[in-house]
Ligand binder design. Structure first.
Ligand code: GDP
Length: 522
């Protein structure tokens, strides 16, 4: 029998992996794809990255600095569920990209290096997940190496993140003697992930036999303590973001990854409701709705195309259908939506709520855009962060000013930089949250548009989006600060200040003006 829409939607699991750089996100992604059957050989994710990098010039930066600038999506199907992994750049200079991607997931896997515990980026990304009530599954990685005591790691998660922990598995052995996981919930043992089904065991003693003699009693005592002292898993608390199930493993040595895939299938939620301006949209509704959280240019250097990554929020997307673009009210034909697998992309004939499709376009779609089957609703919540760095772009060849203007507009639409047009007509200001984004801009302007540029300090260093209850208040503020007002890409007004001090001063002097550091696309 054909699958119903509700059935198709309910087996989607869309998630991101959050981690401090080096904790093992890439390795874990590879292994999820490997054991999920999406790739034949581990190493393909990296190999693919290398291939893309050599094909595209501007990605030199990425290669040289060993960072991943590209956010992409990978899909695999395992035991009846469809998993969409949304990859995020690890480097904090691309934090805005990561945060936007997190608006498109229903769950996150938090990878923690067992020797290092909670690191700064983990904490930051966790906070973003918490703000959005994204449930989190914890994977304590690198158990094959010298690590901290598991109880100590659990305590750290509880204290630093104010998050209850419920270990589902417990590590058998440590570093050199680490040999698998004991499932506290169903009393099974799995050695390496090459073992598909775990072995039922009659109590911990049988598993302890896998360990050297001097470690056996320690393991048995630990397991008993874990049972007594740790909280049992409560799915409601997990879905509300108060509790995290914890798994121990080693992505590199193939331990614990299957436990994690199974947990994603069993615990992680199906596509969540999404809040739009006029109502909340449920995933299993008939009509298709989606929003764009990422634009990627030059995925294929032979075609200078742009791919808009859209998260489907409800219904079913069918190739060839028409969708209404909320920002313009115009119809858009979805003639070639694409799915992404480990090593290739493929035309998507049908995609369901929870899925992410790439929509090729030539600049029609922007970050934050909503697509619907006609209903004039707009999804809320794709954030835009006020830049930390503001610069003027200096062009070596002044004759190319018009071309630069167009190029900057395109870069801004892709979310590479933010672009601010001063109201007084002076040259545009670009803003970024991390310095590496300026490097990407410079490289791309040169490689793709033949525009060598340099950056000059602007007299401003901070900016805020401004609004007011009364239009008159806003008008008054804007006219009395004309030299400090810009418009962003959407035409929204932005107040520019020399430094934090003058920003606070102006903000206190004008209480009717609301100044915000995060704008949600609308
Ligand atoms: P990312 O920066 O979070 O994507 O981390 P990577 O996956 O690139 O891993 C960083 C380094 O840690 C690499 O050298 C990996 O081989 C290594 N690594 C990842 N997982 C494990 C693990 O489970 N055990 C050990 N010993 N090394 C690991």
């Amino acid at each position: 029998m054909a699958e119903t829409l509700a059935e198709a939607v309910s087996r989607r699991r869309t998630f991101a992996i959050i981690a401090h750089p080096d904790a093992g996100k890439t390795t874990l992604t590879e292994k999820l794809l490997l054991f999920g059957g999406a790739i034949q050989l581990a190493g393909e994710v990296k190999a693919k990255k290398d291939r893309i990098q050599t094909r595209s010039d501007w990605m030199k930066i990425e290669r040289e600095r060993g960072i991943s600038v590209v956010t992409s999506v990978m899909t695999f199907e395992y035991e009846g569920n469809v998993f969409n992994i949304l990859d995020t750049p690890g480097h904090e200079d691309f934090a805005d990209d990561t945060y936007r991607t997190l608006t498109a997931v229903d769950a996150a896997v938090m990878v923690i290096d067992a020797a290092k515990g909670i690191e700064p980026r983990t904490l930051k990304l966790f906070e973003v997940c918490r703000m959005r009530d994204i449930p989190i599954i914890t994977f304590i990685n690198k158990m094959d190496r010298e690590s901290r005591d598991p109880f100590e790691i659990l305590d750290e998660v509880e204290e630093k993140l104010a998050l209850d922990t419920a270990p589902i598995t417990w590590p058998v052995g440590r570093s050199k003697t680490f040999c698998g996981s004991y499932n506290l919930a169903d009393n099974t043992y799995r050695g390496s992930d090459t073992q598909v089904e775990p072995t039922p065991v009659n109590g911990p003693q049988a598993v302890a036999d896998h360990l050297p003699e001097n470690e056996r009693q320690v393991f048995i005592d630990e397991l008993e303590l874990a049972r007594e002292a740790c909280r049992p898993f409560d799915r409601e608390a997990f879905l509300e973001g108060h509790m995290t199930p914890v798994f121990f493993g080693s992505a590199l040595k193939n331990f614990g990854v299957r436990d994690l895939i199974n947990a994603l299938g069993a615990y992680a939620p199906p596509p969540r409701d999404q809040v739009a301006d006029i109502r909340t949209v449920h995933a299993a509704e008939d009509k298709m709705t989606a929003f764009v959280f990422k634009i990627q240019a030059n995925m294929d250097p032979n075609h200078r195309d742009r791919i808009a990554f859209a998260r489907i929020c409800s219904g079913k997307l069918e190739r060839g259908m028409k969708a209404r673009l909320a920002r313009t009210g115009k119809q858009l034909g979805l003639t070639a939506p694409q799915f992404f697998f480990a090593s290739q992309r493929q035309l998507a004939d049908t995609a369901y709520a929870g899925d992410v499709v790439g929509i090729p376009n030539h600049g029609t779609l922007r970050i934050g855009d909503t697509l619907t089957e006609g209903e004039p609703l707009v999804f809320q919540g794709v954030p835009n962060f006020s830049p930390e760095i503001l610069r003027r772009v200096r062009l070596e060849d002044a004759m190319k000013a018009k071309k630069l203007k167009e190029a900057l507009q395109q870069m801004a639409e892709e979310g590479v930089v933010q672009l601010f047009q001063p109201e007084d007509g002076s040259p545009a200001i670009v803003g970024v949250v991390g310095a590496l984004q300026l490097d990407v801009l410079k490289e791309r302007l040169s490689a793709e548009y033949g525009l060598p540029v340099s950056f000059e300090m602007s007299r401003f260093s901070v900016c805020r989006w401004i609004s007011a209850e009364q239009v008159a208040d806003l008008d008054k503020f804007m006219s009395s600060h004309r030299g400090d007002i810009c418009r962003d890409l959407d035409g929204d007004p932005v107040f520019m200040a020399q430094d934090g001090f003058s920003l606070r001063y102006e903000s206190e002097r004008s209480p009717a003006i609301k100044m915000v550091a995060i704008k949600e696309y609308h």
